[in-house]
Design a protein around this ligand. Structure first.
Ligand SMILES: Nc1ncnc2c1ncn2[C@@H]1O[C@H](COP(=O)(O)OP(=O)(O)OP(=O)(O)O)[C@@H](O)[C@H]1O
Length: 242
């Protein structure tokens, strides 16, 4: 399982948002860390084929995205930054509707993710309207939904934004475990450094460029800093603040 980008660029008008970005990630938990405006969401929309690169290529599991998008989408799960659940439907209706878009029956969908629903403590909430769930539960529903078609690559764009500490920890621990249990490639975009463990593969992005990639503890050692916060300070700029 892999995601490879080769010299990828993307522009909004004259502004370069993704700048000659080459990246290779494999199975496991890979964290994409960068400040607001670094280009994380834009990169995600390019990896899902929603935005076309001005220049460069994307390969998912060895397939060129331009030529094989339907095939790639069948092996990719995505949790976008903004919720895409229908709040007026039940959890089960949301899951079943999404499964139908993938040509999967309701019974197969629920059996595909029965363990996942149980581990995410959602089994008892299947008939509840999404509107009645708290933010943490809604995010868990989106993660379960993204796994219905048993993807090999899972992209999560700031999946824990706005959640409390316990909900964030539950979700990060769960997704970390998923990588091992299902042997999938996860790309986890965040700007929250406390979500990164020293054994995680870390990719730092700043102004559309990768500024570092590797095991987070090794990157700290290489750049002679004590922790990820210092690494982040050294390798990123927050130009969007001014
Ligand atoms: N539709 C758009 N038109 C023009 N510029 C845009 C558009 N969408 C994003 N941008 C700009 O592209 C840059 C990268 O944005 P992007 O959303 O990819 O960053 P990000 O790293 O995901 O940030 P955040 O953490 O705030 O979500 C930013 O400077 C943003 O203002």
């Amino acid at each position: 399982m892999s995601i490879v980008t080769e010299q990828l660029s993307f522009h909004y008008g004259k502004k370069t948002v993704i700048d000659n970005l080459s990246l290779k990630i494999n199975s496991g938990f890979n964290v994409l860390l960068g400040p607001n405006g670094a280009g994380k969401s834009t990169l995600f929309s390019m990896l899902t084929g929603l935005s076309q690169a001005s220049i460069g290529n994307v390969h998912i599991n060895g397939y060129d995205l331009k030529e094989n998008r339907p095939k790639i989408m069948r092996s990719m799960g995505v949790v976008f930054q903004q919720s895409t659940l229908d709040f007026d439907l039940s959890v089960k209706q949301n899951l079943v509707y999404y499964a139908a878009l993938h040509g999967i029956s309701a019974s197969k969908a629920l059996s595909n993710i029965s363990d996942i629903l149980s581990q995410l403590q959602l089994t008892q909430r299947l008939n509840d309207k999404v509107r009645s769930l708290n933010g943490g539960h809604r995010r868990r529903v989106e993660i379960a939904r993204a796994l219905i078609h048993q993807p090999k690559v899972l992209l999560l764009d700031e999946a824990t934004v706005g959640l409390d500490i316990d909900s964030r920890k539950m979700i990060t621990d769960y997704v970390g475990k998923l990588c091992i249990d299902l042997d999938i490639c996860v790309l986890w975009a965040t700007h929250l450094i406390d979500e990164i463990a020293e054994n995680d593969q870390l990719i730092l992005i700043n102004e559309g460029k990768i500024t570092a990639q590797g095991l987070s503890r090794e990157l700290c050692k290489k750049h002679n800093v004590d922790d990820i916060y210092q690494l982040y300070r050294r390798l990123t700029t927050s130009t969007e603040l001014v």
